[in-house]
Each structure stands twice: as C-alpha cells, then as structure tokens.
Design a protein around this ligand. Structure first.
Ligand code: HEC
Length: 137
C-alpha cells in the first residue's frame, strides 16, 4: 500500500516536472500589460521592444520558441540588472539559462531606445508579479 502511494506520488512528480520542462521549451508565459498604467517612456519602450526584441522574446516579453520570456523571475532586477540588458544588446548572449541558443548583438539599439525598453520591461515585470528577488539561479 505504501509502495503504491509512493508510486502515484512519483508519477505526479514526473508529470509536474515534465510540464515545467515543456513550458520552458515552448517558451511562452501569459503577460498582462496595462497600457493605462505604463509611463510615457515605457510606452515608447514597448514600441521599440515589439519591433526589435519580440521576434525572439515575444510580444511584450512573453517568450517564443526562439527566445525566453523576459517577464520571468530569472530576469528580475536583482538577477539581471540594467547592465546585463545593456551587455545583452551590445555584445549578445551565450546560451546559458535555457536551450534556445545564443542571442546575437542587436545593432542600432542606442542608449535612449535601451533605456525606454528597460522602463517598459521593468514596469511590465511589476504588473506581472516579477519583483526584485534574491539571486538564487
Ligand atoms: C534572435 C533572437 C533574439 C533577439 C532578436 C533578441 N534576443 Fe535577447 N535573448 C535571446 C536568447 C535566445 C536569450 C537567452 C540566452 C540564454 O540565457 O540561454 C536572450 C537573452 C536575453 C537577455 C538575458 C541576458 C543574460 O545576461 O542572461 C536579455 C536581457 C535580453 N535577451 C534582452 C534582449 C533585448 C532587449 C532585445 C531587443 C533589443 C533582445 N534581447 C533581442 C534571443 C534574442
């Protein structure tokens, strides 16, 4: 009887683990954007983001099969601060957190575009409960 219960618990655990892996590969999270609450800079950033970054990171940072969602606790400001965004855009990123491959450097995204993108990403992170959290990854 005890074995049977353990077996069921194991199967459930595997199901949950399988679901979270599938979720990573599919790379999509549901992102709420309240445009009424976005600052002017974030609205500008949304425009640039959806033109320059959404092809991989998804509309409003929700993720696609080509790149991870940025509205995700991995990208909370304590784990990926503004400098890491700046590095990603100017130098590109070697695959390390996921299995989407590398991010190429994004030419033509200047300081003002990047700071608008950051205003957007940080505001949308807060709407979606992605708050500064201790570095644990
Ligand atoms: C061609 C696809 C692609 C485009 C376009 C792209 N990215 Fe990425 N980006 C990726 C992938 C893939 C990763 C994940 C790498 C990993 O951690 O495995 C990533 C990671 C990141 C990271 C995390 C950096 C780190 O240190 O881990 C940031 C920040 C980021 N991207 C911002 C942006 C911004 C801002 C734009 C638009 C200006 C953008 N990306 C455009 C594919 C892309």
């Amino acid at each position: 009887m005890a074995y049977k219960t353990q077996g069921i618990a194991l199967v459930l655990l595997m199901l949950v683990a399988g679901m979270s892996i599938a979720n990573h590969q599919n790379g999509h999270v549901d992102v709420t954007v309240d445009t009424d609450q976005l600052s002017d800079r974030a609205l500008k950033g949304q425009e640039v983001f959806n033109i320059r970054c959404a092809v991989c990171h998804g509309t409003n940072g929700s993720g696609t099969p080509a790149g991870p969602p940025l509205i995700h606790t991995i990208y909370n400001p304590n784990h990926h601060d503004n400098n890491s965004f700046s590095r990603a855009v100017t130098k590109g990123v070697q695959q390390h957190h996921w299995s989407y491959g590398n991010m190429p450097a994004q030419a033509g995204v200047g300081f003002s575009e990047l700071s608008a993108i950051l205003a957007f990403v940080r505001e949308v992170q807060v709407f979606n409960g992605v708050l500064p959290a201790a570095h644990s990854m």
